[in-house]
Design a protein around this ligand. Structure first.
Ligand code: PLP
Length: 447
């Protein structure tokens, strides 16, 4: 049924799609067979042809409180009409201070200094630069090397791309940051297939960090950046004990441990942040996405107070950290962020995610045994399902499954051979069932 508001919207085949160069999209394939969304409310989108589509991925891991939240829209409107913008450089506005304080309150103990950016990618650049500036301020300017991890995703700007470990994101872009080394990834389907939650095997993979340190010398390394749970690479959980080992090695050698929580932040894993869900505390972490429920772009790097304080030196009239964006702490994004945190808190959404997690786990693992499923991984309200590749091309089977689900009213995410699921934290048990049924049917239909 067509929605009344958009009844006059042109059908997608009447849209001129040529000018828009779409991000992370197979443009030619898409434009030959477009999927266009026009409305969103609660757990559902409305497609341009009027069909309802259940959102199995919270937009893109960001709309944790569900779509169309009036409280956020009203806060944004109020802020736009009160003060649309003020420079963030040498000027403040109340919302930025309030939001930073609110984030500090729910962050792990000791991480209470918040540097705002406008996306996950910028949050990562900010975190890397803060790490370098910290060592520089402490007289260790030679610590310029970073350690990332294979299959890591840290956004697509040059710093994040350099420490990231997804080959397609790097291949076309030539020389990157010169001083980066990589830990092995922790995906081990042979030993860990169909594990519920954190896998048993692989903690020892963290010891590769000792080898990297031995090769380059600890005094050349600024820090280690990992996603506590790799999202983009296909929901790869840290083996039990792995993050603890990374933490211990970093401590032993004076390396900063940076967690990229752009996906895992704000309740996805059943706690405010993955570090709390997993019990390992980083020195700096990044957030974005869920910070504003996806409504307004925003990101942040959040550092331990000692890191901040070490950089606060030199003459008081001199800027301590020469870094920031025109839109750092944008008043409208801050208003959206504050309204979002209010919703998370008043509706207890992080606790809701934790309570629903066992139901979610059982539901997604019920797909074990369906055609071509080689692994299912889950935590909190997130899951990844890996399919056997098909002879006609990498990722083609998973893309067919994705398309089948979309045609049948459920939006999932596909990357390579993986289908990822991360619905808004307001998802009901029956909607969990709908998502899983759509996948089951798709798997049985797709060759
Ligand atoms: N870091 C991680 C772990 C992410 O998953 C993403 C995006 O998915 C990013 C960084 C980049 O965020 P953005 O697309 O907002 O720049």
């Amino acid at each position: 049924q067509k929605s009344s508001q958009n009844a006059a919207a042109p059908l997608s085949n009447e849209l001129d799609m040529s000018a828009y160069w779409m991000p992370f999209t197979a443009n030619r394939q898409f434009k030959a067979n477009p999927r266009v969304l026009v409305e969103a409310q609660g757990m559902h989108y409305t497609a341009m042809d009027g069909r309802k589509v259940l959102d199995g991925v919270a937009g893109l891991w960001c709309v944790n409180a569900g779509h169309g939240r009036r409280e956020i829209a009203e806060a944004v409107e109020r802020q736009l009409l009160t003060m649309d913008y003020a420079t963030a450089f040498q000027i403040g506005h109340p919302g930025a201070f309030e939001l930073a304080a609110r984030i500090a309150r729910i962050a792990p103990e000791g991480l209470d200094r918040v540097f705002f950016a406008n996306s996950g990618s910028e949050a990562v650049e900010s975190a890397l630069k803060i790490a370098l500036a910290y060592h520089h301020a402490r007289g260790q300017a030679q610590r310029t090397r970073f350690v990332g991890r294979e299959k890591g995703y840290h956004g697509c700007n040059f710093g994040g791309m350099s420490v990231g470990g997804l080959v397609n994101n790097r291949r076309a872009f030539g020389a990157l940051l010169p001083y980066v080394d990589y830990l092995p990834h922790t995906l081990d389907i042979k030993r860990n297939a169909f594990t519920k939650g954190q896998p048993e095997h692989g903690a020892e993979l963290a010891d590769a960090l000792e080898g990297i340190i031995a090769l380059h010398g600890a005094d050349t390394i600024a820090g280690v950046i990992v996603e506590p749970m790799s999202g983009s690479a296909g929901v790869i959980l840290p083996p039990k004990g792995y993050l603890e080992r990374l933490r211990a090695i970093c401590d032993r050698h004076g390396l900063l441990l940076i967690f990229d929580e752009v996906i895992t932040g704000f309740g996805r894993m059943g706690a405010a942040f993955a570090s709390q869900a997993l019990g390992v505390t980083p020195d700096i972490f990044t957030v974005a996405k869920g910070i504003t429920n996806g409504a307004i772009p925003m990101g942040a790097a959040i550092a331990k107070r000692e890191i901040h304080d070490a950089i606060m030196q030199g003459p008081e009239h001199v800027i301590e950290l020469f870094h920031g964006y025109t839109y750092s702490g944008h008043p409208v994004a801050c208003a959206a962020g504050l309204a979002t945190l209010d919703i998370y808190e008043s509706e207890g959404l992080f606790e809701r995610a934790a309570a629903l997690a066992p139901v979610w786990e059982e539901a997604v693992h019920s797909l074990k045994g369906e055609p071509h499923v080689v692994d299912i991984r889950n935590t909190g309200i997130v899951a990844g399902m890996e399919l056997e590749p098909r002879a006609d091309g990498a990722g083609k089977r998973a893309f067919d499954v994705y398309q089948d689900c979309f045609a049948n009213g459920v939006l999932v995410r596909q990357g390579g051979e993986i289908i990822a699921l991360s619905p808004p934290l307001i998802v009901t048990e029956s909607q969990v069932g709908e998502i899983v049924d759509a996948l089951r049917n798709a798997l049985r239909r797709v060759a």
